[in-house]
Design a protein around this ligand. Structure first.
Ligand code: SF4
Length: 159
């Protein structure tokens, strides 16, 4: 059975910038975890950031610039985290990823607009984008049914 990458905060790890988590309590995820199929990663911790840490948002996509609200440039840490996320995903040969929506690292569809005002814009976090660029589909917590259908389909295809 193929493995699935997952944002560590969604497994209850307290790795969020504010020391919290985003546990998703779902029987399928619980079963996958018991079967050893989930590969947890927090790209921001993998990139060398600490808990707690200031919130950060994407200011510019091309070239990429991610800063805290006080203007500290944290782009290098985010890029390192994205590289490490891809390395782990490829090493573990995951079929796809379940990543936290809206995060500047893990968001797959929309991210905050850079003004720290809660407004969202279309776009992906850097780690999610790196996975998708390399052919690894990324789902968020609002897309669990799509994720489950994808995993079921991919298991019909011989590895
Ligand atoms: Fe969760 Fe991703 Fe943020 Fe880490 S970087 S706390 S895994 S959303």
């Amino acid at each position: 059975m193929k493995k699935i990458l997952i944002s560590a905060c969604m497994l209850g790890d307290k790795v969020r910038y504010d020391g919290g988590h985003h546990l998703i309590d779902h029987p399928v995820l619980k079963r996958w975890r018991e079967e050893g199929r989930l590969v947890p990663i927090c790209p921001e911790i993998a990139g060398g950031m600490e808990i707690p840490r200031p919130a950060a948002e994407t200011q510019c996509k091309f070239p990429i610039l991610i800063t805290t609200q006080t203007g500290e440039d944290v782009t290098p840490q985010f890029l390192t985290g994205a590289e490490k996320t891809l390395e782990i995903a490829q090493r573990e040969r995951v079929s796809c990823a379940l990543m936290k929506a809206k995060s500047p690292s893990c968001g797959n569809q929309r991210i905050f607009d850079g003004n720290f005002s809660g407004k969202l814009v279309e776009g992906s976090g850097v780690a999610a984008a790196e996975l998708m660029r390399n052919g690894i589909p990324v789902f968020n917590e609002k897309q669990l049914n799509e994720l489950f259908a994808f995993v079921e389909d991919s298991e019909r295809i011989p590895a």
